[in-house]
Design a protein around this ligand. Structure first.
Ligand SMILES: O=P(O)(O)OC[C@H]1O[C@](O)(COP(=O)(O)O)[C@@H](O)[C@@H]1O
Ligand SMILES: [Mg+2]
Ligand SMILES: [Mg+2]
Length: 337
């Protein structure tokens, strides 16, 4: 069977699903940037890319060198192409205006340039998460700095989402709204090759992912649910469960996309003012779009994540996503109170 590269897949999508050419170009540019990030990540200590910058991002988190490098790679790759009206990133306080010398386009690109930062220095899989929105017309005509409001669209407005995972293989997982495809980087060719044609999250699972060290800080519905998972066959779920926690959202979500499971990052009492650790615009929304496109579910404990109307670029949200039956169970526990 001839190998279908990402480029060929996107051209076929343009013909079969009328994927606009500049969206196709956008995905190609992001994929090339992810190849460059993969190359930088794989150098590790040899590339002098490990360790911290000694700076903090808008989240108040210490920035790793690779956080900043990955951010710069994505900005430089995308700013000149004429396909974007603007960009926003975990690593930048405000929206990034396409420099005046370059043509502007109709899309907004929002990304977590390097997800799983705490794992970089210990050689555990990390990744890049991206989300594509259309720029609302009223902001396209403005010549002054791009208004952050343009980005504050619910996740249902995404036209594409994906992630790259830099693990034993470098892979790109992508949805354009008609299923989820997986591409594996062929380093000899330099191309992403279609290797996972239609990913589907099993409705039920026996595997859960949560950071158990926060257990004493959780709200009652989460405590109840995790206690039942731990009780296994001796409890009401009458099934033994396995646990995984990689502490790279891309890696935990990739496992769930591949073999099922439920991923949880609940809000907790450590920082009551923050509704969880993960960010809506460039972590929860793109991953929820992908999981739903693969037949899974994603809520914040009470509502579908993709329906949430964002109020700020870096707002956080609780995340429960993966196998539909388990996401429904913990969401019901929240609704029961
Ligand atoms: O270290 P914790 O509290 O378990 O949190 C792990 C979570 O934090 C994250 O690393 C946050 O993402 P960043 O690394 O991009 O900041 C997620 O990838 C991961 O799921
Ligand atoms: Mg992240
Ligand atoms: Mg990050």
């Amino acid at each position: 069977m001839s190998r279908v590269t990402l480029s060929r897949y996107l051209i076929e999508q343009t013909r079969s699903h009328n994927t606009p050419a500049d969206l196709r170009f956008l995905i190609e540019v992001v994929a090339r940037a992810c190849k460059e990030i993969s190359h930088a990540v794989s150098k590790g200590a040899l590339g002098g890319v490990l360790g911290s910058m000694g700076t903090e991002n808008v989240q108040g988190e210490v920035q790793k060198k690779l956080d900043v490098m990955s951010n710069e790679i994505l900005l430089e790759a995308n700013e000149w192409g004429g396909h974007l009206a603007g960009m926003a990133s975990e690593e930048m306080d405000s929206a990034y205006q396409i420099p005046g010398k370059y043509p502007k386009g109709a899309y907004l690109l929002v990304f977590d340039p390097l997800d799983g930062s705490s794992n970089i220095d210990v050689n555990v899989s990390v990744g890049t998460i991206f989300s594509v929105l259309r720029c609302p017309d009223q902001y396209l005509t403005q010549n002054d700095s791009l208004n952050e409001q343009a980005f504050l669209q619910p996740g249902t407005q995404q036209v594409a989402a994906g992630y790259a995972i830099y693990g034993p293989q470098t892979m790109l997982m992508l949805t354009l709204g008609n299923g989820v495809k997986g591409f594996t980087l062929d380093r000899e060719l330099g191309s992403f090759v279609l290797t996972h044609d239609n990913l589907s999250v099993p409705e039920t699972t026996a595997e859960f992912a949560i950071n158990m060290s926060n257990q004493r800080h959780w709200e009652p519905p989460v405590k109840r649910y995790v206690d039942e998972l731990l009780a296994g066959k001796t409890g009401p779920l009458d099934k033994n469960y396995n646990m995984r926690w990689i502490a790279s959202m891309v890696a935990d979500v990739h496992r769930i996309l591949t073999r099922g499971g439920i991923f949880m990052y609940p809000r907790d009492a450590r920082e009551p003012s923050k509704p969880g650790k993960l960010r809506l615009m460039y972590e929860a929304n793109p991953m929820s779009f992908i999981i739903e496109q693969a037949g899974g579910a994603a809520t914040d404990g009470s509502q579908r994540i993709l329906d949430i109307q964002p109020e700020s670029l870096h707002q956080r949200v609780a995340v429960f996503l993966g196998s539909k039956a388990e996401v429904k169970r913990i969401t019901d526990y929240h609704l029961e109170g």
